[in-house]
Write a protein that binds this ligand. Structure first.
Ligand code: PHE
Length: 462
């Protein structure tokens, strides 16, 4: 055990940092779109069930494994399996996964920053033209934004756990909450907004199909930042006396609360733009919703608040998403950084430089795979078409490996580390956990149906 491992300074700081990781583009855009298309409140209910009955135990297991081993994922897998070869491979997976997810996520963050800057320069109108997005993502500007974001994240991570990650979260998360609430209030006062609220809150159970269940599950798992080694890493920075299960509940609540609130903003905005919206026709991907549909909605607000007013609303929205994406990026890039610090005993700045530099290169490969460079655009043949490098990374790491990592962590914790040790770790800092319903449920679920469900999701995707 490293004697001088960094630690979070306070419980609130830890919760904000972990919630910062969890709250991201998935909550602000992915969730509302999914909910809109898949039965509104029925989807929300399903999502909440998955968050609390399936994801929460996994979150507690990851945090406990990190705190007990005082290591990042690879080290934790090795520690609990006594350096077993097979488990080391699983450990590597949970180092590579965050690295690759960070790559595609930073490309999307680049676009968000680019839109924010464009709006601030008075170009909201231009963003609504159908060609804007395609032209923008293939312009040289994206490299500049990529460097800016890398430096931003770099400065935060360079300052370490308390002075960087925790302090960053303490500034960005409250700002994010305030911006979100302001936007909700503003949108709810628009004409026809209530049609969206109604649509959002009245459950339509007929829309719930196996496919929808699968997507609610995937959404919940991704949204809580599970399977990416993030919570193992953050767990290793937790104080021995901290209450893991209590903090995990707060993080899950904050994450679900933000997703729900984002729905209260996006859906009414869509309906006030067009009261006869056919939600089935909402864009398939969050990406096209943010970058092509929402700018139009914001621009339409100029009828009541003028062009500058509409631009301000749009700018606040993109800044909000940018903050959410940034705190998620910080948490995910910390995984390989602290992995290098642990495994190679590199100082933080060296680990950061290596991760940052290589990540910029791989991110560029992703960013140019929308037409700029043919090799990456038509990266591999797939189903008669060519898949881009960007799409490949999403398919492999986001859709497939993530549930597999979740499955593996359950097995590691329950069958290698053993339930008794897990319980003992969770009871540290929370004496009431012993023999509680949550403890009994977690013990049972983590060893049985949770890994089974995650394995099913994995097999289903493969
Ligand atoms: N929870 C994030 C989201 O909802 C997912 C994520 C976390 C992505 C960390 C990247 C890094 O968007």
């Amino acid at each position: 055990m490293t004697a001088n491992r960094e630690q979070f300074g306070s419980r609130l700081g830890f919760i904000l940092a972990a919630a910062g990781s969890a709250v991201g583009i998935g909550n602000l855009v992915g969730f509302p779109v999914n909910a809109a298309k898949n039965g509104g409140a029925a989807f929300l209910l399903l999502y909440a069930i998955f968050v609390f009955f399936i994801c929460l135990p996994v979150m507690m297991a990851e945090l406990a494994a990190g705190r007990n081993s005082q290591k990042t994922p690879l080290g934790a897998y090795r520690h609990f399996s006594n350096n077993h070869k097979g488990w080391s491979i699983a450990g590597w997976l949970s180092l590579i996964t965050p690295y690759m997810i960070a790559v595609f996520y930073s490309v999307i963050t680049v676009w968000i920053l680019g839109y924010f800057v464009a709006i601030c320069m008075g170009n909201l109108q231009a963003l609504t033209s159908p060609e804007y997005f395609g032209t923008f993502i293939n312009s040289g500007n994206i490299f500049v934004y990529l460097i800016v974001i890398t430096l931003f994240v770099g400065v935060i991570l360079y300052s370490g756990v308390q002075d960087g990650i925790e302090r960053g979260a303490k500034i960005m998360m409250p700002s994010l909450f305030i911006m979100l609430i302001l936007l909700v209030f503003f949108v709810l006062t628009r004409e026809n907004a209530m049609a969206g609220v109604k649509y959002y809150l009245i459950p339509d159970v007929s829309k719930i199909t196996p496919q929808v269940i699968n997507s609610a599950m995937g959404q919940a798992f991704f949204s809580l930042s599970l399977g990416m080694g993030i919570l193992i890493t953050y767990g290793s920075y937790m104080d021995r006396k901290a209450n893991i299960s209590g903090s995990a509940k707060m993080i899950a609540l904050a994450d679900t609360g933000v997703a729900f609130t984002a729905g209260l903003m996006v859906l009414p905005a869509i309906f006030s733009f067009n009261p006869n919206t056919n939600t089935a026709e909402l864009s398939d991907s969050s990406v096209s919703l943010i970058f092509t549909f929402l700018p139009k909605i914001f621009l339409s607000m100029q009828a009541s608040v003028g062009y500058v007013g509409a631009s301000i609303v749009a700018a606040v929205f993109f800044l909000l998403v940018f903050f959410a994406a940034l705190t998620s990026l910080v948490s995910i890039i910390e995984v390989p950084v602290s992995g290098l610090m642990d495994q190679k005993c590199y100082p933080r700045n060296k680990a950061l430089a290596i991760v940052g530099a290589t990540m910029v290169i791989v991110s560029i490969a992703c960013a140019v795979s929308f037409g700029m460079v043919d090799f990456f655009t038509n990266f591999i043949p797939y189903g008669g078409q060519n898949k881009s490098f960007f799409d490949l990374v999403i398919d492999v790491f986001y859709d497939t490996i993530l549930p597999l990592n979740g499955f593996l962590i359950c097995l590691l914790v329950v069958y290698r580390w053993k339930k008794q040790q897990l319980n003992a770790e969770l009871e540290t800092g929370n004496t009431q956990y012993r023999n509680s319903l949550l403890e009994r449920y977690t013990n049972f679920a983590l060893g049985t149906f949770i890994p089974a469900i995650l394995l099913l999701v994995f097999i289903n995707t493969v």
